[in-house]
Design a protein around this ligand. Sequence first.
Ligand code: URA
Length: 231
Amino acid sequence: MRLDKFLSNMGAGTRSEVKQLLKKNAVMVNGKKEKQSKRQINPEADEISVNGEVIAYIDKIYLMLNKPAGYVSAVEDAEHNTVISLIEQYQYLDLFPVGRLDKDTEGLLLITNDGQFNHDVMSPNKHVSKVYQVEAAQPVTQDDVQRFKEGIELSDGKVKPAKLEITEDPQIVFVTIHEGRYHQVKRMFHAIDNEVTKLKRVKIGNLKLDDNLLKGEYRELTETELELVKS
Ligand code: URA
């Protein structure tokens, strides 16, 4: 990789700022000053520093965001705030959300720059489960549990069997689904003559939303958590 590309990709500055840094002798490769922007480096093996500070190489990144309501799951949007705008760091890594939550939905949203990971989590063939906490307009019944188990019929076809768990409060339930159709949970509740009044995703695969993250906060996934997503 070219040195100037490495520096701008890692957030050291824009292409022209990087040019200036090189010109001012601020950049070192393996302890030696380097002025050549086209110098080829190996990001895995070479140590690059700017003004004495070593630049850590980040290739793929995986973040867990506690999405607040009011943000759209997109990279850019002309009208609304996007979930990507909540991530102050790593903007230079071409981040995008893994799938979508509706604007008014809260909770666990993964953010990455890894297209293959996105595919592995979102592909319907991979059967990665998603758990949502639902606040419903009407109490949920055992009959509803059975109907979800059998597969609810929606306008775009029958959905796979879903698990419905009623809590002490029958208007607060957990639903586990295995697809990611448009407005799926809201439409499933509509189909049983109920309505979702609040929706929060709490789990993807075996990865739970970290309770310590306030709305709008995010953090990197650990290696173990990364495995939990797909298991
Ligand atoms: N189902 C919905 O209806 N909305 C979401 O945001 C996610 C699942």
